[in-house]
Write a protein of this length. Sequence first.
Length: 441
Amino acid sequence: MTITRTNVDALNAVVTVGVSKEDYADKVQKVLDNYRKNASIPGFRKGAVPMSLIQKQYGKAVLLEEVNKLLQEKLNSYLTEEKLDILGNPLPKVTDDFNWDADDFQFDFELGLAPEFQVNLAAKNNITLFKIIADDKMLNDQVERIQKQYGKLIAKDTVEEGDDLQVTFINEEQNINNATSIELELFKDKKTAKKFIGKKVGDVVEVSTKGLFDDDHKLMDYLKVDHDLVHGLDITVTVQIDGITTSEKAELNQELFDKLFGPGVVSSVEEVKAKIKEDAEKQFAQQADQKFLNDVTEFLLESTQFDLPAEFLVKWLQTAGEKELTAQEAQEEFDRSERGLRYQLIEGKIMTENNLQITFDDLKAYTSELIKKQMAQFGQMNPTQEDIDGIVARVMSNQDEVRRLSEQVMSEKMLSLFKEKVKAKSKEVSYEQFVKEMYGE
């Protein structure tokens, strides 16, 4: 067998594989001999069927199969030996006048080559790495919510100042119908809150969404509308009063502290706030990291320029899936997936250049910590190492779980690398400020 490559351009090549009769003849003969031994054809004893009949009935199919096996084996070996970085899979070039009755064959395969490019993590950018702080207002509000949550709830018939309402926000045109709980002081305008004073269960109040809250983003929570709609949303919604309650706040004493955090963990309001601050900022850090990852991803996509063998990839997509696509469908699929493919190539280059790898120990340690956190959420604060190892073993026997966890481990490694090498500015903000930054407000 012979194999040669012709480079069409920097992103496309054609590999030509030559197959001669001596490459496949013995293999085809061996298969046909086995067919003859086992063939059951009326009029002939088993094993005594004439080879000419076997050849006529099975020869062409066996030839095609054996030649195809040789092709795949040779092509795969060639790609490995030449260390060719290809996109998709080799595509056979169809020849209408191909002659399977010849002794020697020549096959052409189109290749889409991965582009050459550089990734500059240290390039100038406008990325900000946020540190989100749980400020005093948030801590005080959280303590008050805890007091109300663990306080005595009293049902009422008539709305008064300071009450909590169970309501349904309704606007048929915008498909709004959301049941929720709300405190009267959440309304930005005191005139809006006063509309509810004296109302009873079953009454309805109409309010405008414009300036309803001090932050338009709260419309996402209480009306369940998309972020794209909330800014400047000016519609009238009907608020149906489903229930009225007031809360007798729980005392900030040791009994409440123990109920919240376990016996003796905290013993003062200051320690409660410190604990809330610690837990909240851990969660905030995850959100800040995710935004940082997203922003770095966008920066890399914009700053790392290279071409793709688009025509080849569209052609490859037509036959790559379970269902064959039309040329138009394949083009649409390429358009949808192009950014993802580009980032895969960028990410792969970053991983290679910085030797980012996932070891079995990395995966085991990450899974172990994940399980400890999950067990702690269910009150199992001190599981034995034997119990954890047993769960880890079960999790890692599932290939889908291993793949998912591997992606998470690599994401953490990429995050650490980006924090080290991407020149982002640092900014300390409250959670409310972060939300505004997050949505570009």
